[in-house]
Design a protein around this ligand. Structure first.
Ligand SMILES: Cc1cc2nc3c(=O)[nH]c(=O)nc-3n(C[C@H](O)[C@H](O)[C@H](O)COP(=O)(O)OP(=O)(O)OC[C@H]3O[C@@H](n4cnc5c(N)ncnc54)[C@H](O)[C@@H]3O)c2cc1C
Ligand SMILES: *[C@@H]1O[C@H](CO)[C@@H](O)[C@H](O)[C@H]1NC(C)=O
Ligand SMILES: *[C@@H]1O[C@H](CO)[C@@H](O)[C@H](O)[C@H]1NC(C)=O
Ligand SMILES: *[C@@H]1O[C@H](CO)[C@@H](O)[C@H](O)[C@H]1NC(C)=O
Ligand SMILES: *[C@@H]1O[C@H](CO)[C@@H](O)[C@H](O)[C@H]1NC(C)=O
Length: 541
């Protein structure tokens, strides 16, 4: 194993003179005319719907679009619109939102107790407005394990793909990585496919050939406009329950605040099938359940929150897949690319790559300290001062020092888990979260194996320390409202009525090599299931 393949193909590319991707800044993409989208400041103080969805993110948007076909739906998103924001739209701007730390940024930074700097979406479209765009389905065994209907899963992926997924133009760096993976034995070469297959493949991207991002918000094009109201800058503070005279607490409304801090209430119309659905993401969903009185009794008591139902496992089973990367310098400039190729190994790690202008002092790429990726110092030392120092040092180096790309590995699963706790009672504040990277030795061994494959070096002791010291996030954190712990297999919250959680917080394992395809699919899939139940109940009336 060696990296001769990489240098050979890059040098070849230098002579072929087709290294740089052409970006089209031609005309700003026309924002869709979403007549149903409003600023929450214009909302009435009280309103009524059949479904109230909290969180207009990666799963909330496809879910809302689907439910709007046969019901009246309210979608509440704390952030603003992604349309017209170049920091979100262009691949070449990747990381700008992630490095914008203002309170109105579409990205909200958080640092886990482990010390790894991380980010969450705060915008319509959620994480799909910030992410690296790689689009790839979950494996068939994952689908079977989740108890999902394989046919509806496939139809739901296709529904998503018609709007947001594209085949990338694989240029020099990504081709070199692909060849290298095949050369070191990550076989077979599966070519371009959305499917999760062992070996090396080119996956899809939510960036089109012009480098423009297509987010989960675009799935709202499928909505029935008269069936949907989307409110932006609407932060939900609490889910309301009816308890008196009920054997189980019944969710029947929410309290949200607009950008001016004014309180509004939205309630469910009377009807046996009407529901509140929380799609606030892996941090937001467990946090909101706790703020609403669903969670570990002692913890809620410590925060003076009235208990509605003791659910000790809310906030448990939080995981983030560790990511470690190696920089491969190049003698010639390489294209700007985010993830396009993946090696699905047989030892539990996924190998991916990004290239070009990815971490210089002026850049915002996937490995830029400005976005919080700081592998040169161990996790707990990654302070803002440390970031500033690295950026400062980088600014003194010649640009050629940054020429090249990164090959990264993501540990599958992972097996290590942690937990989430409230810090304050304000939903705008981050909860505290601990992921316990590499707590389980199997995760650490998977990292070591992955790095070995990348570097083809020996000596596992050094590599174990390397894994721990350079660990970053690939932002695939999940858990907190897991199936079997907080929700049942239909995503219904245990012990209460008319409340579900549908998003990445329900996963106990990260699906596929990268999760967003499955998060969007799940929104569509559950929307179809919920409507089927609704129609069946109307027929039997
Ligand atoms: C930088 C980055 C790179 C990534 N790269 C990739 C990649 O290349 N490929 C891939 O497949 N995946 C990638 N991911 C992961 C993927 O984007 C996430 O797993 C996915 O977006 C999570 O979706 P979700 O629906 O669970 O949560 P989100 O998309 O985060 O949605 C939650 C929504 O709820 C809103 N919300 C939260 N609380 C409240 C409240 N109280 N009231 C109202 N609204 C609220 C939030 O503002 C947000 O819009 C990446 C993620 C990031 C951040
Ligand atoms: C884009 O990002 C930059 C830097 O991260 C920030 O200063 C700017 O305000 C952002 N612009 C928008 C429209 O959000
Ligand atoms: C779903 O699609 C995958 C390929 O993407 C295929 O392997 C699988 O058999 C399909 N499942 C069903 C139930 O059709
Ligand atoms: C929404 O309303 C608030 C308060 O009036 C205002 O500050 C904000 O700019 C508005 N946002 C949009 C997108 O119109
Ligand atoms: C290097 O790897 C080989 C094969 O895995 C192994 O047999 C050998 O003991 C390793 N050497 C060192 C110094 O770790």
């Amino acid at each position: 194993m060696g990296f001769g393949w990489w240098r050979r193909s890059l040098l070849g590319a230098a002579f072929s003179g087709i290294l740089l991707l052409q970006f089209c800044f031609c005309s700003a993409q026309e924002a869709p005319k979403f007549t149903f989208m409003h600023n929450a400041t214009s909302a009435p103080s009280t309103s009524y719907y059949d479904y109230i969805i909290v969180g207009g993110g990666t799963s909330g948007c496809p879910l809302a679009a689907t439910l709007s076909k046969n019901a009246r739906v309210l979608l509440l998103e704390r952030g603003g619109s992604p349309y017209g924001n170049d920091n979100i739209t262009y691949l070449s701007s990747f990381g700008r939102a992630l490095s914008d730390l203002s309170p109105t940024s579409p990205a909200q930074r958080f640092i886990s107790e482990d010390g790894v700097i991380n980010a969450r979406g705060r915008v319509l479209g959620g994480g799909s407005c910030l992410n690296a765009g790689f689009y790839t389905r979950a494996g068939t065994s994952y689908v079977a394990g989740a108890g999902w209907n394989g046919r509806l899963v496939n139809e739901s992926y296709e529904w998503v793909e018609r709007v947001v997924a594209f085949q990338p133009a694989v240029l020099e760096w990504q081709s070199a990585v692909k060849e290298g993976l095949v050369e070191v034995g990550v076989l077979p070469d599966n070519g371009f496919t959305y499917d999760h297959l062992r070996g090396t493949k080119v996956g899809g991207s939510i960036f089109d050939r012009n480098g423009r991002r297509h987010t989960a918000a675009d799935l709202l094009r499928y909505a029935r406009p008269s069936g949907l109201t989307v409110l932006l800058h609407a932060t939900v503070h609490k889910i309301l329950f009816r308890i008196k005279g009920k054997s189980r607490p019944l969710a029947h409304g929410v309290v949200f605040r607009d950008a001016s801090g004014v309180k509004h209430k939205a309630y469910l119309n009377v009807g046996p099938k009407n529901e509140i659905i929380v799609s606030a993401g892996a941090l937001g969903s467990p946090q909101l359940l706790m703020l609403s009185g669903l969670g570990p009794a002692d913890h809620l008591k410590a925060h003076n929150i009235k208990l509605v139902k003791d659910l000790p496992l809310v906030g448990q089973g939080m995981s983030d897949n560790p990511m470690n990367a190696i920089f491969i310098p190049s003698p010639v400039p390489v294209e700007v690319s985010l993830i396009e190729v993946v090696g699905i190994t047989n030892f539990g790690t996924y190998i991916e790559a990004a290239s070009g202008e990815n971490f210089g002092a002026n850049d915002y790429g996937m490995f830029s300290p400005k976005i919080g990726q700081l592998s040169t110092v161990p996790p707990k030392q990654r302070t803002q001062e440390a970031i500033n120092k690295v950026v400062e040092t980088m600014s003194t180096l010649d640009q050629t020092a940054f020429q090249g790309g990164f090959i990264l590995e993501k540990v599958m699963g992972p097996i290590s888990t942690g937990h989430l706790e409230l810090v304050t009672r304000n939903p705008n504040d981050n909860p505290s979260v601990t992921f316990n990277y590499f707590k389980e030795s199997e995760d650490l061994q998977r990292c070591v194996q992955g790095i070995k494959t990348i570097e083809s070096v020996n000596g596992s002791l050094t590599l174990e320390q390397f894994c721990k010291d350079t660990v970053m996030t690939i932002w695939h954190y999940h858990g907190g409202c897991q199936v079997g712990m907080v929700v049942d297999r239909d995503y219904k919250v245990l012990g209460v009525d008319a409340l579900r959680v549908i998003d990445g917080s329900t996963f106990n394992y990260s699906p596929g090599t990268n999760p967003q395809a499955t998060v969007m699919m799940l929104g569509r899939y559950m929307g179809v299931q919920i409507l089927r139940e609704r129609l069946a109940s109307e027929e039997t009336k």
